[in-house]
Ligand binder design. Structure first.
Ligand SMILES: [Zn+2]
Length: 175
């Protein structure tokens, strides 16, 4: 199943183009979207059915996330607060994985539209690597990575999608 992005181009799971990714972005300027760096693996990912997130390899404070929302995919530009992340053991708000000190960071997203231009933001604590989709698939907890206990992997994946969608809706709410 492919979905249409706001600009009308198609986003196909497994064949995700840079143009399709850029056209899903809701809360950054065209210039910022243009400067986005997309790691190769993202092109083969499936943002229609699961959350896809990555840190920008060229711009360390930048992060990007593609979130399935209804029949669409919403692209979010995120900025990590400077520094090494939360100094204590902390839980990711999106995937509920408990991470070692420094492995969860506060990310802020500008609100979409006029509110974002007025520097209005939404913040949330997320795995510093933005690899929540991989982190919920960990079978055995490690000292640095403890997924939500008592849930199957598919339950964790569904819960991650739900929380990421709720976050995306907050970013879009003020449009
Ligand atoms: Zn996470």
């Amino acid at each position: 199943m492919s979905v249409r992005t706001p600009s009308g181009s198609a986003l196909d799971p497994g064949h995700v183009t840079d143009d399709a990714i850029r056209s899903t972005m809701t809360n950054c300027s065209r210039g910022e979207a243009h400067r986005m760096r997309v790691p190769e693996w993202v092109h083969g990912s499936d943002p229609v059915h699961g959350v896809v997130g990555w840190r920008d390899p060229k711009s360390p404070e930048r992060g990007w996330m593609l979130v399935p929302l209804g029949e669409a995919v919403v692209g979010l530009a995120l900025r990590a607060t400077p520094g090494k992340g939360v100094r204590t053991t902390a839980m990711c708000d999106l995937c509920r994985t408990t991470r070692a000190p420094g492995e969860v960071s506060l990310f802020v997203a500008a609100r979409a539209g006029e509110a974002g231009r007025k520097l209005n933001t939404v913040g949330t604590y997320v795995c510093s690597d933005l690899a929540c989709a991989d982190n919920v698939r960990v079978l055995r907890p490690t000292p640095t990575l403890k997924p939500d206990p008592g849930l199957s992997i598919s339950e964790r994946e569904a819960a991650l999608r739900e929380r990421a969608a709720a976050f995306a809706e907050k970013v879009l709410a003020s449009r």
